[in-house]
Design a protein around this ligand. Structure first.
Ligand code: SF4
Ligand code: FES
Length: 375
């Protein structure tokens, strides 16, 4: 790249030179840390992504060296390319912080607050965003959207109520498979992810929609309800796969492999292989190779300190003191007649059951009926 193609851009008072054509978001990611705006729909490995969710809004306080006028409105940094001499404010702009809180409120209008039972909890970008910018109550007075259930096949579970219509899974199916069978049907309030005529998503690379989904709308049926991500130990591993790069992260508890995912970078996007290609993984690696012996383990995966999976991520902000609420306080003075300890009622820790290996989600039957599965 010749030098005249480099543009100087200043984001949150930090100046960087980037090639012409770079977006403000990519330039901010090159600086890193909090300077990089959140992005719920942009995915650098998917062509055409971005411009849907508005979480990446920034203020352009100086357009360029030639035309220093500020841009009149906040702009989506994932879709705005830098100009030479441009000055941008992200976390240093009150307007941006305020707008982001508004965007989060909109995203949460219909999104259920079911993090306690959602498999994406702990690695959900919307959960992080709500924690940073959300409010503790809602102003929305209407019923949240509900949808007819669509079965996407044996490996992928769709929870449409959680979808934020970012289109990432649609671009993934378009760009990684030879025939896309799902998409966004209808418009506006009725828009939903569906296959129109019930079809299962079974292309060999379709499992990647689970990794790109920023929320818990698309989750892995082989992992569903079996464990929480923060109890698992991520390990880098690889195998000689004829279909994909075979470079994955195993999510283990002891020797049990609960889940297999692509390796993700600090922006939550699939990491590049050493050959510089996106490290998408195939369904066989993701759903079928659930034995430690299927893999060559490289070592523990480093988890960023900022990640919610890292221990104590929220501790500094919430504090380590016990919450003040008691049952009586939240129950308007009524105290419960009976409190049950789950461990007295159910043998949930049966040592002969490997949750990572049972078919489908684990529930009462797994523990209470005669279970044929043996470790
Ligand atoms: S299902 Fe997930 S990836 Fe697909 S549009 Fe909805 S939020 Fe985005
Ligand atoms: S990440 Fe830019 S609009 Fe969604």
């Amino acid at each position: 790249m010749s030098e005249q193609n480099l543009f100087k851009v200043t984001i949150d008072n930090i100046t960087i030179e980037v090639p012409a054509g770079t977006t403000v978001l990519q330039a901010a990611r090159l600086i890193g840390g909090q300077v990089a705006p959140p992005a719920m729909c942009f995915y650098s490995k998917l062509q055409g992504s971005g411009g849907k969710c508005r979480t990446c809004l920034v203020e352009v306080s100086k357009g360029s060296e030639k035309d220093p006028r500020p841009m009149p409105k906040l702009v989506a940094s994932c879709r705005t390319t830098v100009m030479d001499g441009m000055e941008v404010k992200n976390i240093t702009s009150e307007k941006v912080i305020d707008a982001r809180a508004g965007v989060v409120e909109f995203l949460l209008l219909n999104h259920p607050l079911d993090c306690p039972i959602c498999d994406q909890a702990g690695e959900c970008h919307l959960q992080d965003l709500s924690f940073e910018h959300g409010k503790s109550e809602t102003r929305y007075e209407f019923q949240r959207r509900t949808f007819k259930k669509h079965d996407l096949g044996k490996n992928i579970q769709l929870h449409m109520t959680r979808c934020i219509l970012c289109y990432r899974c649609v671009f993934t199916a378009d760009q990684l498979t030879n025939k896309r069978v799902h998409g966004i049907l209808d418009r506006g309030d009725h828009a939903e992810i569906a296959t129109h005529i019930e079809k299962s998503l079974d292309n060999e690379f379709i499992g990647n929609v689970i990794d790109v989904c920023p929320v818990g709308a698309l989750t892995d049926k082989t992992f569903r309800f079996k464990n929480r991500v923060w109890f698992l130990k991520p390990m880098d591993a690889h195998r000689d796969c004829p279909t994909c790069s075979g470079r994955v992260t195993l999510w283990n508890r002891g020797d049990e492999v609960y889940r297999v995912t692509a390796r993700k970078d600090q922006w939550g996007e699939v990491e590049d292989t050493p050959e510089g290609k996106p490290g998408w993984i195939c369904n066989t690696c993701r759903f079928d190779k659930k034995e430690t012996s299927d893999w060559i383990i490289e070592g523990p995966r480093e988890i960023s300190r900022q990640s919610v999976i890292a221990q104590g991520h929220y501790a500094g902000k919430i504090g380590m003191t016990k919450p003040k609420e008691t049952f009586a306080a939240v129950n308007e003075g009524r105290t419960p007649h009976l409190l049950m300890d789950i461990h007295d009622q159910s043998e949930v820790n049966q040592p002969n059951i490997h949750l990572g290996k049972i078919q489908g989600p684990s529930h009462g039957d797994t523990f209470n009926r005669n279970n044929t599965h043996k470790a």
